[in-house]
Write a new protein. Sequence first.
Length: 360
Amino acid sequence: MRTSKIENEEELDSVEISLIQYLGIFLVGVLTVGLVTPKIRKLAIKHSIYDSPNSIHKTHTMPVPYLGGVGIILSVVVISIAGSWYFDSSQVLKIIGIVLPCLILGVVGLIDDLIILKPWPRFVVQTAVGATVSGILTLTNTMGSPTGYLMLDILITITFIVCLSNSINFFDNIDGGASGTVAISSLVLSILAFQSEQFYIAALASLIAGSTLGFLWWNRSPARIYMGDAGSLFLGSIMASLLVRFEPSPISFSASFFVPLFLVAIPLLDTLVVIVSRLAQHKSPFQGGRDHLSHRLMRLGVGKVHAVLILWFLTGMYGLMSIVLSNVSVKFEKFTVIFGAAFWLILCAFFIRVPSEDNN
C-alpha cells in the first residue's frame, strides 16, 4: 500500500518555506557558484589540472581546466546544511543524510579527475551510495512512491541512483550540456515539490538549480571550465536521491513513476543510445566516444551551440510534461504518459540510426 505524503515527508517538511525564501536560496546558489568558480579555475590552471583534447572523442580543441564541480558541491552541501540549521535546526542530520552519500561519490569523482580511476571502483561506490540511500529511505519511511515490496524498492533505488549518476556523467560531453540540463530538471522538480508541499525537496532542488546556473555562466560554449566527474557524479546522485524521495501529488500510483523519469528523460536517452551503439560494435560501454546525442546532432550538421539548445529544449519539454502529468485528470494522465513514452522511443530510434562515428 502506498504511504501518504504526510506520512512520508512529515519530518523533512515540518517547516514551510515561502516563495521569497525559495528565490533567496536559488540566488544564493547562483551567486556562490558564480563567484567561486573563477577562483577554482585559477587553482586548476596553477596546478595544471586540464582536460586536454588528447583523444578522438573530445570536442574541444584547447585544454580546459577541470574541477568546476568542486564549486557546485561546496555550494549545495554547505548552503543546504546551513539553510536547514536556519529554518529548523532539528532537521540538520536529515539533510546531512541526503547530501553526505552524494558528497562521497563526488569525492570519488574528484579522485578520478586527478588520477583517472577504472570504471569498477566508481561502480562499487555508486552501488554503495545507492544502498545507503535506500537504507535511509526504508528506515525513515520517506520513499516517494514505494511499490509495497521492500526488496523491489531497494533494488529500484540502487539501480536508479547508479544509472542516473552515470547518465549525468555521460551527458557531460559538450559545453553546457549537463549543467544546463540539470538546471532545468531541478528547477521543474522544485516547482512540483512546492506544489505538493514537499518543502525541503523543493528547497534543495532550488539550490541545485541556482548552483548549476551559476556554473553554466562559466561552462557555456566556449567553456572556460569543466565540472569533471566530481560535479557530474555528485549532481547525478543528488538528483536521483531527491527524485526517489519525491511523491508526485495528486497523481495515480501507476503514473507516479513517470514524473521522475520524465525529468531526466534526455540524459537517460543519451545513455541508452550510447550503450546500445557500443555493444552493437562490441565496444565497452564505459570507453569514451563521439557517439552521444550531442555528437550525433553535430554529425547531422547542427552547430555545437544549437545542439546544446536542442537538448535543453527536449529536457524542458519533458519537464513540462511532468508538470502536466501532476496537474491533470487520470484520463489525461494516461495520454501524457503514452505520448511521452512513445516520443522517447521515437527519439531513441532516430538517434540510434544516426551514424555513431565520423566518416573518414
